[in-house]
Design a protein around this ligand. Structure first.
Ligand SMILES: C[C@H](O)[C@H](O)[C@H]1CNC2=NC(N)=NC(=O)C2=N1
Length: 96
């Protein structure tokens, strides 16, 4: 899997709500109503990660989830990172 150029990444980010690109990775954070809702979302995301064999670097503090996506095998951002980010937005139901 080839890493995307900054131009390609910034272009694709235009249609990916609430994610940013810096330090060679995609970043977002979500605030849930409570810890249980956050953990439930993390579990649903985890099954999607396993389905596409692509995994996040993420931090959970109580009801807040921070996610960083990069493709370790490519040392940068690839299509897989966007695929997972889109799936995460659907799971968390990010509103337009
Ligand atoms: C062998 C390798 O670890 C696997 O193909 C997958 C597992 N999940 C992964 N996740 C991420 N973010 N990057 C990878 O390169 C990656 N590789």
């Amino acid at each position: 899997m080839k890493k995307l150029t900054d131009f390609e990444i910034n272009k694709k980010l235009e249609s990916l709500i609430d994610w940013d690109y810096y330090e060679d990775a995609l970043h977002t954070d979500f605030e849930f109503d409570n810890f249980k809702d956050c953990m439930s979302a993390m579990n649903r995301i985890a099954f999607e990660c396993e389905a596409i064999n692509h995994h996040p670097e993420w931090t959970n503090i109580y009801n807040v989830l921070e996610i960083k996506l990069t493709t370790h095998d490519a040392n940068g951002v690839t299509e897989l990172d966007f695929k997972l980010a889109e799936a995460i937005n659907k799971i968390v139901e990010v509103e337009e």
